[in-house]
Unconditional design. Structure first.
Length: 298
């Protein structure tokens, strides 16, 4: 398929390589979730209103019994801190943003102008007026749902940004933002899973698009570079060929992809290896989740 920059055809890639480009940020989001989980592992009990207490509380014993990983180090900060909530809301926002970008690709690919995918009935609806229409509703809703998470992040950050230490009643506003962000992220992930499960690529349309000789302009320039020509001159030479319609692709898109055999490149062998590694990383994250209880009340 064509790869794009500025939504203009750029160079050939594979559909698998493009989809993995959506998987990578989601794996990073999982790491953000782990960080948020760790941030919630400090126990504030025993901090009092802001200055702890004169009573001989056994904070360490309570920490162990409740399953916290460590104690807060400063009683004032313990009362005022909502960074753990901010970390989680940010992680949820990042998830929503990345799912929105995936959804945008699906919306574009499903359009008649691209025709790269066929929309399954499970992830689309018809038009209330135009009987020929098949609309990518789940993808559009995913794209729109990102606004909820961004709103939660802005809401919580705005509450926190000007508060004096230690406790202020404003802090009770952390809960609506936090719970809304978490619920939205979970629902969006469910919807995205359904969307990806039903993706069906139109191989003929993809192959025709990938046959655009303009996709191999950079390859043609690199051939000249390998022959000893400075890249700036090679770029100008190929650019003139493109302008006057005389560009001759040095090979087909499949050959171009096969020559891109570097770590992180779209060579099928590299894509398959990275896909397998991503599956292992996801499996490890699922195992981690099973062994760690939620820190939020159900």
């Amino acid at each position: 398929m064509p790869g794009y920059t500025h939504l203009q055809r750029a160079q050939p890639v594979t559909a698998g390589h493009h989809l993995l480009a959506h998987a990578e940020p989601l794996l990073r989001d999982a790491q953000r979730m782990l960080h948020a989980y760790d941030a919630a592992g400090e126990m504030p009990l025993g901090s009092g209103a802001l200055a702890a207490t004169t009573l001989p509380l056994q904070r360490e014993r309570v920490r162990r019994e409740l399953g916290f990983e460590r104690l807060t180090a400063n009683s004032i900060d313990a009362v005022a801190d909502r960074d753990f909530a901010l970390d989680l809301v940010y992680a949820c926002t990042s998830v929503s943003i990345h799912l929105s970008r995936l959804a945008e690709d699906v919306v574009i690919w499903a359009s008649a102008e691209f025709g790269f995918i066929r929309l399954a009935d499970e992830v689309s609806t018809g038009s209330s007026l135009m009987p020929q229409k098949k609309n990518p509703d789940i993808a559009e809703l995913l794209r729109g749902r990102a606004g909820r998470s961004i709103g939660s992040l802005v809401s919580l950050a705005t509450v926190l940004k000007g508060l004096p230490l230690a406790y202020d009643r404003d802090l009770q506003e952390d809960k609506p933002a936090l719970f809304a962000a978490v619920d939205n992220a979970l629902e969006s992930l469910d919807a995205a899973s359904l969307l990806v499960h039903h993706l069906e690529f139109d191989r003929e349309t993809l192959a025709a698009a990938a046959g655009d000789p303009g996709l191999l302009a950079t390859d043609a320039a690199e051939v000249l570079v390998k022959a000893g020509m400075p890249f700036r001159k090679a770029y100008e030479t190929v650019g003139r060929q493109v302008l006057d319609g005389s560009l001759k692709a040095p090979w087909k898109a499949q050959v171009s992809i096969a020559k891109r055999d570097l770590p992180g490149a779209p060579h099928p062998r590299r894509v398959a290896a990275r896909a397998a590694a991503a599956e292992r990383e996801a499996a490890a994250l699922r195992r981690w989740a099973k062994g760690h209880p939620p820190r939020l009340p159900s």
